[in-house]
Design a protein around this ligand. Structure first.
Ligand code: ARG
Length: 561
């Protein structure tokens, strides 16, 4: 686009290698100054002149059709002939142009990964929402993502679960509210185990039977997995998320032997307090535990087998793990062991960490005491959205569906607008508002642009955008909106480089703000055919782009709110 053409001219003028000037171009602090600015500080040394002089001199010598230059202090500013460049910009701003970012590489994304028979925690919500957004961003960029839900479906806790279920459980309750019942059983087990010391040995025995493939143990375990998963799936449906693969930890039960064997053969295993570990002193990390003293494998061993499977069988060229920051050490250890196993592709494994999210200062806890269930949070958001909509637009058709879209959208956006690594103090009250930096604000702006288009459809003009643009008085709000519309590809590139869906969320907010400013200052449905044609095109480009960015984030865009 334009920035490339200007940068190429600068390279020519300064006798620089192609591509040198482009990354140096900036946006002027005040859009009135120009469309791009070139800071001349770095040239002062080689040219032995003051940057102000260099800027003034370049302003004289730079020549390109339809580009005006001016020096302001040490900056060289470029101003485009708006009427002339608008059609090219509008063309570039269209949704659906093939992306030039991706190279078709296969990216396996580990996301969501909740634990069976335990509540779906906030960490799992963040992993689901961030992972799903990254998935769509990769796809949009032309990569081949594969999402994997790495369910926590194995471990000694299933021995406890079976014991508790057999003693106090009810099939009817478990079917009705699987997670709640599982949690009650879990809490009761720990309460009673304080008094009754037959419980722990019984649980260990059940887990031993499960590992040995005992019929009853396996049947009960399967049943727990099934009902928990059904409940998770209900949540995934509401969040609009699906997975290419659901491969729980149990899937790797028969794949860890080979890992342990290889580690042993390569002389990487060492004994430590009866357990087998891989020492990571050279990397300044504590040892990675591979086999417990009773010979059972654990979490890191499973992740080693998992990584090998993703690379060797799924063909992953890049492996992403969207998991809370508290597991950073675990992933650094696993990747280090992979390097020691001489898997040079270990360098394509990345942990994509994220921070804690609190609800109005409260943690969503899964231990005893207070537990907030994700479903309750979703329901609450939808109820609030519903009452706001009822006030705003009591006539709205299919209000329930719109409230669901707005309530869920509020939660997803409230998460994704933040840098993923920071802590979030989530306020439902704020997140569902139609003003401020919220999902509903973007959804509402989208619906507003659609409603303008619906009204316009009744009497459409016949002037083409290119013709109309040449005569259009390109005021600041129209021009800034158009320019920002063209930034999508660059924002997507940045979002992927940094594994940050917030880049896209921020872009959507920006676009919504610019559209509202434009809409406030420019009457779209005017009698002037030129003005109408240009403004309608801007409205259409905005509507389509807002919808597309919301799609990427996993948020629905109702036509009317
Ligand atoms: N189930 C785990 C937890 O809740 C997260 C699993 C993350 N993925 C992985 N490959 N370790 O903490």
């Amino acid at each position: 686009m334009m920035i490339k053409q200007i940068a190429a001219k600068l390279d020519e003028l300064l006798e620089w290698e192609d591509g040198t000037a482009e990354p140096l171009l900036e946006l002027p602090p005040d859009a009135q100054l120009g469309d791009f600015a070139f800071p001349c500080f770095s040239l002062a040394k080689t040219l032995r002149r003051a940057p102000q002089q260099i800027a003034a001199d370049l302003a004289q010598r730079f020549e390109a059709d339809g580009v005006q230059t001016s020096a302001s202090g040490p900056y060289l500013n470029f101003k485009l002939d708006r009427g002339r460049y608008a059609p090219q910009l509008a063309e570039e701003a269209k949704v659906g142009r093939p992306s030039s970012i991706g190279d078709g590489r296969r990216v396996v994304i580990d996301m969501s990964s909740p634990n069976i028979a335990k509540p779906f925690g906030v960490g799992h919500l963040r992993s689901t929402v961030i992972g799903a957004a990254l998935y769509r961003m990769y796809e949009a960029a032309g990569c081949r993502p594969i999402s994997v839900n790495h369910l926590g479906d194995w471990g000694t806790q299933f021995g406890k679960q079976i014991t508790a279920y057999k003693r106090w459980g009810s099939e009817e309750r478990l079917n009705r509210a699987p997670i709640r019942e599982s949690l009650d059983l879990y809490v009761r087990f720990h309460d009673e185990a304080e008094r009754d010391d037959t419980l722990e040995p019984e649980a260990r025995d059940w887990f031993r039977r499960l590992e040995a493939g005992d019929d009853e143990a396996v049947r009960l375990w399967r049943y727990f997995v099934e009902v928990s998963l059904a409940e998770f799936n209900r949540m995934y449906d509401r969040l609009g998320v699906s997975f290419d693969k659901v491969l729980g930890e149990s899937f790797y039960n028969d794949k860890m032997g080979a890992v342990v064997k290889e580690l042993r053969e390569k002389g990487l295993l060492e004994e430590s307090d009866g357990a087998q570990v891989v020492r990571l002193d050279d990397e300044e990390m504590p040892p990675c535990l591979i086999l417990k003293s009773d010979g059972t494998t654990i979490y890191p061993t499973r992740d080693l087998a998992t990584a090998l499977y993703r690379h060797d069988v799924l063909g992953a060229e890049e492996l992403l793990y969207v998991v809370g920051a508290e597991q950073s050490l675990h992933f650094r250890q696993v990747f280090a062991v992979l390097r020691k196993m001489e898997r040079e592709w270990a360098s394509s494994c990345s942990h994509i960490p994220f921070g804690l999210m609190k609800f109005e200062g409260k943690k969503m806890s899964t231990r005893r005491g207070k537990v907030v269930f994700l479903e309750e949070v979703l329901d609450e958001a939808v109820a609030r959205a519903s009452s706001i909509i009822e006030n705003k637009n009591p006539q709205l058709a299919n209000r329930e569906a719109v409230a669901e879209a707005v309530g869920i959208g509020a939660i997803i956006f409230g998460d994704l607008k933040n840098n993923r690594i920071g802590e979030i103090d989530f306020s439902l009250e704020e997140a569902v508002q139609f003003e401020g930096e919220t999902g509903p604000y973007v959804q509402y702006t989208h619906a507003r642009s659609r409603s303008v288009l619906r009204r316009a459809a009744e009497a459409s003009g016949a002037v083409s955008f290119a013709e109309a643009s040449a005569d259009y008085e390109w005021n600041q709000t129209s021009w800034e909106l158009l320019k920002r519309l063209g930034d999508f590809e660059a924002e997507l590139r940045r979002g992927i480089q940094r594994s940050e869906p917030s880049v896209i969320a921020r872009y959507a907010l920006d676009l919504a703000k610019l559209f509202n400013r434009f809409y406030h200052h420019n009457k779209v449905l005017t009698d002037s055919p030129n003005e109408r044609a240009v403004r309608l095109e801007l409205t259409l480009l905005t509507a389509d782009r807002l919808k597309w960015t919301l799609d990427l984030l996993g948020i629905r865009s109702p036509e009317e709110i």
